[in-house]
Design a protein around this ligand. Sequence first.
Ligand SMILES: CC(C)(COP(=O)(O)OP(=O)(O)OC[C@H]1O[C@@H](n2cnc3c(N)ncnc32)[C@H](O)[C@@H]1OP(=O)(O)O)[C@@H](O)C(=O)NCCC(=O)NCCS
Length: 148
Amino acid sequence: MVQVVLPNDANPLGFILGGTVMHLIDIAGAIACHRHTRSLLVTAAVDDLQFLNSIKVGDLIILRAHVTCVFTTSLEVQVEVYSEETLTGKRQPTSRAFLTFVAIDRDGKRVKVPPRLVETDEERRVCEEAQARRAERLRRRDSAQASM
Ligand SMILES: CC(C)(COP(=O)(O)OP(=O)(O)OC[C@H]1O[C@@H](n2cnc3c(N)ncnc32)[C@H](O)[C@@H]1OP(=O)(O)O)[C@@H](O)C(=O)NCCC(=O)NCCS
């Protein structure tokens, strides 16, 4: 996804709002997952998010999303965010996020996600890393539930 940062997206310093970036990350991640599952989805989790560089009004914000691993009714997607200066083309990474989406039907019941073809060693490594993040995320969810 590519979008120009407009004044309405920005704080008084002229930098894009963190919440706007989060919104776009959610949308880009959801689009990649929809294209894999062709189902309805809900966002179950967003892993910790850093804003490494600011993106100013007039820059382009570029979001690149790809599914890393598919589980049973859930899947993980990685979203990388870059800024690009329109006049120079200078590109900088600004954020990276991992999101988990859960596939549901129109009654809100969870549905199985189609498998993802894993063909290369790199794809296998990416999926193994996603499985480790999933275990950690579920552990954190359980401890959050226990403390609420
Ligand atoms: C996300 C949600 C569907 C999970 O349902 P649940 O019945 O509580 O969860 P379960 O423990 O049965 O897990 C269902 C699946 O979601 C995954 N999941 C649930 N919570 C998760 C979390 N916090 N992080 C990662 N994965 C999670 C589980 O791993 C499981 O995946 P699997 O089938 O691939 O193994 C439910 O909590 C929900 O509807 N949350 C609100 C979602 C929402 O409103 N999002 C924002 C707007 S879209």
